[in-house]
Design a binder for this molecule. Structure first.
Ligand code: F6R
Length: 611
């Protein structure tokens, strides 16, 4: 969603702010703005559209002096249209302020402030915070006390950064339910909504907690919570700036597809003891005592992470013998979920900041046992859950999730084996076989990536289609759903994923000569034969079929399809992950051929921090 950057130091803040906002472009935005304190007044510049428009607006101002303190923002509209007036920073008197989140009580606050004579310019919820803070400062409060009093009146989620023209050496910060980090430098300090924004400058970060207020100057970082100074742990982030770059690929998405061989290795590293068929994950130890009596698992997530949960259900039920339910986080949080102390609730999220996933997790806290499966260290869901299983995908910049998905599959599979071992629901030999197959994944992915050019030429024959159907059965059904989601989100082509066996109950009516059908065909029996029957049914109705399969040449005799993309076979348990990769590539190449903004598809945001 919105991106936030702040700076206090001795360099020109503008360069740092723009550079930081550029590294946050992946979060999705529709306008941007910066404020610096320059020659006794705020210099606020805002523009709609991409950062290039903001840069043009800044260039037209012909600045000569540099400003050492500033704040910058990319806005993804929630309250008020994406216009320049609604873009942040919002200025009220001596205050310039940016905000990520939603102020739920902004209407009564606005009415109260208007009554006091405040004049509002925008349609946003944020502007009330700027006016409120200004009013409190003008009443004579010290900056931090004013920030504290402002936050006490605001209901909702926020990360605020504010400048006060009477205290121009500092940036004021407040956090509630919206992520914000501080980056420590030498004689300079940074603030950001996300790590890549400051990675070029420092790897030393402090993650602020809910209720924290902070005041940052070039040389100091002061943090308090409930009016008392607090010491927050400084962490050193291992991500290097190069990891966050495109690494020579045309798009982040393609780079991230290719990253998968390495990051799956990272996710597995140190966690498998093949000889005794066990997984070593100290982070799951608190689960050991409860595992034997677990009666139920509920997995909650959104979008691609939800598809990972659907796939995870197969492993968890088959290996650990525990009944699993998979729910959309946005649905679960408003239903009676009937969670009790024998239920494990797993929230799966790349960012760890998806508001619905966080909300669903919160519903389970204090009732069941909670586990976060997450990619971002210190993210909100990680701080809320009883345990965290990190996925180690590294920064995922492209809005369309690829490597986060496959690392989630691996993490859930490791969890299933951990539970299977504790519950004795799978023999050591069977566990060893699956773990052996998992250890082969990095090499198998490297082999699978070789189908890229073949998939690129398949895409040339299909990129003009207006609709696609993705079909699969069993473990390949979630893969079909994920393939369809990937295609629709980046190419804007309507695509549906369906369990192939359900097709006769409705979707078969859609099939004609215009309709490409992507059939995810796993060699595992008996579903192989069943899926082949479904393939024949769509073929008989004229569909243009693309088969993505791990089946043998022998298996595939007699299958006539317009394209057959074959990938290496390792084991039935790891095949779905590998079969997903050509589907990621298909979506990517179709989108490139259609000329869409692959890494920043329209209307989408990387991290959905609103409902
Ligand atoms: C699709 C995609 C989204 C996310 C969803 C959840 O490619 O990226 O569907 O999977 O918004 O995001 P996280 O995993 O950050 O909770």
């Amino acid at each position: 969603m919105c991106g936030i950057v702040g700076y206090a130091g001795s360099q020109d803040a503008l360069g740092i702010l723009i550079g930081g906002l550029e590294s946050l472009e992946y979060r999705g935005y529709d306008s941007a703005g910066v404020a610096v304190y320059d020659h006794g007044k705020f210099e606020v510049t805002r523009a709609t559209g991409k950062l290039i428009e903001l840069k043009k607006a800044l260039a037209s101002k012909h600045r000569t002096a540099s400003a050492p303190v500033g704040i910058g923002h990319t806005r993804w509209a929630t309250h008020g249209r994406p216009t320049e007036t609604n873009a942040h920073p919002h200025t009220a008197g001596r205050v310039s302020l940016i905000h990520n989140g939603i102020i739920e009580n902004y209407l009564p606050l606005r009415a109260m402030l208007e009554e006091k004579g405040c004049h509002f310019l925008s349609e946003t919820d944020t502007e009330v915070a700027a006016h409120l803070l200004n009013t409190l400062l003008e009443d004579g409060m010290e900056p931090l006390a004013a920030m504290r009093a402002m936050c006490a009146q605001v209901k909702g989620s926020y990360a605020f950064l504010a400048l006060d023209s009477k205290n121009p050496d500092r940036v004021l910060v407040a956090k509630n339910s919206t992520p914000i980090i501080i980056g420590r430098g030498e004689g300079e300090n940074f603030i950001a909504s996300d790590i890549p924004a400051i990675l070029q400058h420092t790897r030393r970060i402090i993650v602020l907690e809910d209720g924290d207020l902070a005041q940052i100057t070039a040389g100091t970082v002061y943090i308090e919570n409930k009016g008392t100074e607090v010491a927050r742990k400084e962490e050193v982030i291992s991500w290097d700036p190069i990891t966050a770059q495109k690494g020579g690929f045309k798009h982040f998405m393609l780079k991230e597809i290719y990253d998968q061989s390495r990051v799956i290795g990272d996710t597995l590293r140190g966690r498998i003891s093949e000889s005794d068929g066990s997984v070593k994950m100290p982070e799951l130890e608190p689960l050991r005592a409860k595992a034997a009596t677990l009666k139920r698992i509920v997995l909650v997530a959104c979008g691609t992470a939800w598809h990972a949960c659907l796939e995870g259900k197969f492993f968890l039920e088959e290996f650990a013998g525990i009944p699993c339910e998979v729910d959309y986080a946005s649905e679960f949080r408003y239903r009676t979920g009937l969670i009790d102390s024998d239920t494990l609730v797993i929230a799966v999220s790349q960012s760890g900041e998806t508001l619905d996933t966080l909300g669903a997790l919160e519903c389970a806290i204090g009732k069941g046992i909670t586990l976060a499966v997450c990619n971002v260290v210190g993210a909100s869901i990680c701080r809320k859950a009883d345990m965290v299983l990190y996925t180690h995908a590294g920064p995922e910049i492209s809005v369309a999730s690829t490597k986060a998905f496959t690392t989630q599959l691996v993490a859930l599979q490791l969890l299933a084996i951990f539970l299977a071992e504790v519950r004795n629901s799978m023999s050591a030999n069977a566990r060893r076989n699956v773990l052996h197959a998992m250890l082969q994944l990095p090499a198998a992915i490297a082999q699978t990536l070789k189908v890229d050019s073949e998939v690129a030429s398949v895409a040339k024959g299909f990129f003009q289609a207006r609709d696609f159907l993705f079909l699969g059965r069993g473990r390949c059904y979630p893969i079909a759903l994920e393939g369809a989601l990937k295609l629709k989100e980046i190419s804007y082509i309507h695509a549906e994923g369906y369990p192939a066996g359900e097709m006769k109950h409705g979707p078969i009516a859609l099939i004609d000569e215009q309709m490409p059908v992507v059939m995810v065909l796993q060699r595992e029996r008996p579903l192989f034969e069943k899926t082949v029957s479904n393939l024949k049914e769509v073929e008989a109705r004229g569909a243009r079929v693309i088969v993505v399969t791990d089946a043998t040449d022998e298996d595939l005799k007699g299958i006539a399809a317009q394209a057959i993309v074959k990938i290496p076979f390792v084991a039935h348990e790891t095949s779905p992950l590998l079969l997903n990769i050509p589907l990621q590539m298909l979506a990517y190449h179709v989108a490139v051929l259609n000329g869409t903004d692959v890494d920043l598809p329209r209307n989408l945001a990387k991290s959905v921090t609103v409902e």
